[in-house]
Design a protein around this ligand. Sequence first.
Ligand SMILES: CC(=O)SCCNC(=O)CCNC(=O)[C@H](O)C(C)(C)COP(=O)(O)OP(=O)(O)OC[C@H]1O[C@@H](n2cnc3c(N)ncnc32)[C@H](O)[C@@H]1OP(=O)(O)O
Length: 511
Amino acid sequence: MKHPRIEIMDTTLRDGEQTSGVSFVPHEKLMIARLLLEELKVDRVEVASARVSKGEFDAVKMICDWAARCNLLPRVEVLGFVDGHTSVDWIHATGCRVINLLCKGSLKHCNYQLQKTPEEHIEDILSVVDYANEQDMVVNVYLEDWSNGMKDSPEYVFLLMDALSRTNIRRYMLPDTLGVLNPLQVIEFMRKMVKRYPHAHFDFHAHNDYDLAVSNVLAAVLSGCKGLHTTINGLGERAGNAPLASVQAILKDHFNAITNIDESRLNDVSRVLESYSGIVIPANKPIVGENVFTQVAGVHADGDNKSNLYCNDLLPERFGRKREYALGKNSGKANIRKNLEDLGLQLDEESMRKVTARIIELGDKKELVTQEDLPYIVSDVLKHGVMEERVSLKSYIVNLAYGLKPMATLKIEINGKEYEESSSGDGQYDAFVRALRKIYKVTLGRKFPMLTNYAVTIPPGGRTDAFVQTVITWSFEDTIFRTRGLDADQTEAAIKATVKMLNIIEDEYES
Ligand SMILES: CC(=O)SCCNC(=O)CCNC(=O)[C@H](O)C(C)(C)COP(=O)(O)OP(=O)(O)OC[C@H]1O[C@@H](n2cnc3c(N)ncnc32)[C@H](O)[C@@H]1OP(=O)(O)O
């Protein structure tokens, strides 16, 4: 197969929002639609189901008003029902001009959910299609539960398709609604559809119940399907849909397929969706997971140093990311050298040996060592000032009292001068950071980094004296970096991470 052009329809804003616990407010939906269409350049977006709520109506209207201004309106779609004029009117009133009509793709759904005969259902569909066409709307149809339809009632699927293909329906969207298919079945069923209706445009819509969504999507492409439905981070009902990032990478690297996607934006958009949906991206999720471009084993770092021997086509730079080399008990000198290079530090062989031994020792104690910790470890091990401590906390008090706002007072030495400040806050750490910010912004007139993520790890087991690890991500002058604090007390751990950050930015000021 030579360079097939695959159309991507992203349904993060419809099926993705059917993830349990996920709900977007209208301005978030608009922002996501813009990211999908303008940044990622997906071909089409499905942004809602009709009739759901006033909030959904407002969101779709906002998206359509914006899309119309940018000449993108034909690429915005809304799922509608076979309900006479109701869905068409709802969608039309939002300004949207494409309806994805949810028809029943299995006899079971037709008979038992709608309680209609196939003939009655077909008549109802044709009347909605006619009405939508009268309103100058484009109609795509879903054959809901098509996968079970092909298994149990193919004659029903073909009866429906025969009737629908006599109209001007633009696309037929074939969902594996319950995620029951495997790739061999997708090939068998999709080929039957393509053979019987060679002029039809088929989209395939996968669900991930058996962890086969991405494989099934590829089987569909192999079988002549022209469009795919995806979501960001694989959001979607139950086990979710096919994740756009993985689909894009496989289409390109394994099939030479052409899509319109700007893959350099995939990671950033995934992070935005992680934040808006509240669904954390697993660290090992291909392309967008925190760890997927991190080499852990010393042997791998060594191979990369010599001739990039442990890299594949999934180069992190393609996706706006960077390869990292983890520090821990599996590190060898090569990992550590790679991290030191990034920090602009060089060590002789003997120092390297000592620092490597300390990192392995920390790793053995289950401690996470980040690149930002490295200068401290080097200083500590070599007892010289690779990392001079320019900022040190002299004393502080943080308190928590029932019915009162938490307060913090701190005394800190910065470059040999002491400063003292107090603040209240929404929590003890918030009060601490507010007091610090006053010193940096008001007293010293400097910038203070923005905290962009705060992750706490408490070892399982229910011990109240267990060590808590707090990893804080900061954004400062176009740089994103993490610092880590470890303590039996959670606030103390966060404060330790913060003081490390202050020393790092002090270095930035110096340079
Ligand atoms: C493949 C998919 O993921 S489909 C996802 C479709 N989108 C949604 O369901 C969005 C969220 N849903 C909702 O907000 C609501 O369910 C609504 C607004 C659509 C309907 O709400 P209600 O009127 O309260 O109906 P309810 O949710 O209880 O039941 C669904 C009704 O739709 C009917 N229905 C199911 N599929 C279809 C269809 N394709 N076309 C028309 N009607 C349908 C059912 O037969 C049932 O009708 P009944 O009450 O006469 O038996």
